[in-house]
Write a protein of this length. Structure first.
Length: 429
């Protein structure tokens, strides 16, 4: 079987790494090209600019199955186009992709479905938004502003005063911040708790959840600095962060009402969904939905699969979800970013990987390039160090050991990935 992966980041590299273990998989193609996957995994590639050109390449290279990694192609309707052409594809349809592509739509939809979520107000008008802020928040309140459109995970502002919130609201609605994506803004109350990432696979009739993860969105240690696409993650979580009772609440109060409401409207959800959860006093609230595997969560979930990833993905499409078995090991991911991330674009810089014990884990290549046989770090999230072990403490140590072997000018990492799980666990043992 020849497989095409749309996207070339760390998530897509991890998908290829997992699929390469399956003897049924012949060649893996990327579009756009992933230099890291080409170098390490022997992946092939081709480019496209239109859906029609992509279809031509799919037929030319005898592609049997297409897996869409990022959200934008789904929002633009790529999966719908391919299915109409008789191509097997894993990727959510355009209508359901609105759950991520339009946050104002998502908030309205889940509120109508009875899903627990933060109180909110959506607006395209500055005066209306400013009046809502002035009349619904105290001066000491933290206020959340979200760009309704796609911003690659960076369209959320958490602000400490009403005046700052109104200033940023004006910048967003004018297009100065986030461009067109910010011209509709969702204003939310700030929920104080801790975050989880929960993934579910749905075949339109039933769904299964994957082990919960915890992501680290902020750029700096102690959750300071701006939001990023994610600076690290770990899974599974200790029971004091997410036990069976909490998972049952997430399934019954958030996921099931969403899937039921979508099915009732004649648009059953077939694919993976990523629920960003805030836990407040043991109750889960939905922060957002994403319609694809998370990045960096995908990088820590897939190494734990004992069940073939190919069987899982095909089972979603064929409405025969398999029972997924997991290794039980902990996975910790540390993102290595470029010097100026996420503020501006960095130039390529030479990169070196020192030898490390492969039993500790592995490296996932993202914004990494190969020129004249030499490795270069690009801009943004360059690569990810994945540590694996039977305990969270050891997996975390392994991840940081691998990260220390990655060398390039301006490398930035957080030093506190998984520290919440490790620290609290230490206090309870």
């Amino acid at each position: 079987m020849n497989i095409l992966i749309i996207g070339n980041g760390g998530r897509e590299y991890s998908l290829a790494l997992a699929l390469k273990k399956d003897s049924r998989v012949s060649d893996i193609y990327f579009s756009p090209k992933s230099d890291g996957a080409s170098l390490i995994l022997g992946a092939k590639s081709f480019a496209y600019t239109t859906f029609e050109e992509l279809l031509k390449n799919i037929k030319q290279h005898n592609i049997d199955y297409v897996i869409i990694g990022p959200e934008l192609p789904c929002v633009l309707g790529l999966s719908d186009f391919l299915r109409k052409e008789g191509i097997k594809v894993f990727g959510i349809d355009k209508e359901n992709a609105r759950l991520e592509g339009d946050k104002s739509y998502m908030k309205d939809f889940v509120s109508k479905a009875g899903v627990l979520t933060a109180k909110y107000f959506k607006t395209t008008n500055y005066e209306d938004g400013a009046n809502f802020i002035e009349s619904n928040f105290k001066d000491s309140d933290v206020i959340v502003l979200k760009a309704s459109g796609l911003c690659a995970g960076k369209g959320v502002l958490i602000l400490d005063s009403k005046s700052e919130a109104k200033d940023k609201l004006k910048d967003m609605l004018s297009g100065a911040l986030f461009g067109e994506a910010g011209k509709c803004v969702v204003i939310e109350e700030f929920l104080k708790g801790y975050e989880l990432s929960v993934f579910a696979l749905s075949d339109g009739e039933s769904f299964i959840t994957l082990p919960p993860c915890q992501d680290h969105k902020r750029l700096l240690d102690n959750d300071l600095g701006p939001n990023t696409g994610g600076m690290g993650a770990y899974s599974p979580l200790p029971s004091f962060l997410c036990d069976e009772a909490l998972m049952q609440k997430i399934e019954s109060k958030i996921l099931k009402p969403t899937f039921d409401a979508l099915k009732k409207e004649g648009k059953p959800y077939v694919g993976v969904i990523f629920a960003g959860i805030m836990v407040v006093n043991s109750e889960p609230y939905l922060l957002e939905y994403n319609v694809r595997f998370g990045d960096p969560e995908c990088e820590i979930l897939l190494p734990s699969f004992k069940t073939s990833l190919l069987d899982v993905l095909l089972g979603v499409e064929s409405k025969s979800l398999p029972k997924i078995e997991f290794t039980g090991d902990y996975q910790v991911c540390v993102v290595c970013a470029s010097k100026s991330y996420p503020y501006k674009t960095d130039s390529k810089t030479p990169m070196k990987i020192d030898e490390f014990d492969k039993s500790l884990g592995h490296i996932v290549y993202a914004s990494t390039f190969v020129e004249d046989g030499k490795l270069y770090a690009g801009s943004g999230r360059v690569c990810l160090a994945i540590g694996s072990a039977s305990t969270l403490e050891r997996a975390r140590l392994n991840a940081y050991t691998i990260a220390s072997k990655i060398e390039y000018d301006g490398k930035h990492i957080r030093t506190d990935i998984a520290s919440q799980g490790v620290a609290k666990k230490s206090k309870t043992t």
